[in-house]
Design a protein around this ligand. Structure first.
Ligand code: FES
Length: 165
């Protein structure tokens, strides 16, 4: 339970919102839950629903809407390539195909070594710097802009060579 694991953080987050607006704390609480979970479990959903006085469906709705949250186990790292129209006009689709080939998996799939899940996402607000993607993992979220397949391969090799924690 988040309140047992991180009581100070939970209280700090809740203190930012009026008593009758606790639902606004759903997103930061979900992010807190990802600190030591690679995905949002049903227990976490129940926990956050109870903390914020929301229904589980409301919490699930947030999890389902945002690419930041995952409700199924994925890789240690998520690589999320923007394939929205402005990026597509700058070669994102071709880049994405090359990325899939190099990883040996498709979108919404995880590499055989379990390290990387590849996803395609909508605009990440870096349209003029495509091809671009964000890397998401336990350390945070990192933008990689003006990419080509060589820079992508270098990053993937680095991630693959990391020792498992
Ligand atoms: S369309 Fe890809 S970052 Fe905006």
């Amino acid at each position: 339970m988040l309140t047992e694991k991180y009581p100070d953080e939970v209280n700090k987050i809740l203190a930012k919102y009026p008593e009758d607006r606790k639902r606004s704390a759903i997103m930061p609480l979900l992010y807190l839950a990802l600190r030591d979970n690679d995905h949002i479990t049903n227990d976490v959903i129940r926990d956050i629903a109870a903390i914020t006085g929301s229904s589980e469906t409301q919490v699930e709705g947030v999890v389902g809407f945002y690419t930041l949250y995952h409700d199924e186990k994925g890789g240690k790292h998520y690589i999320q390539i923007c394939t929205d129209l402005p990026c597509a006009l700058r070669g994102a689709d071709q880049f994405a195909e090359q990325a899939k080939d190099y990883l040996g998996c498709g979108f919404e799939e995880t590499t055989a070594d379990g390290k990387i899940t590849l996803e395609h996402v909508m605009c990440l607000a870096a349209c003029d710097k495509a091809p671009m993607f964000q890397l998401q993992n336990g350390k945070g979220i990192f933008y990689h802009e003006n990419q080509d397949i060589e820079s992508f391969k270098a990053l993937v090799d680095e991630l693959r060579s990391e020792a498992d924690a």
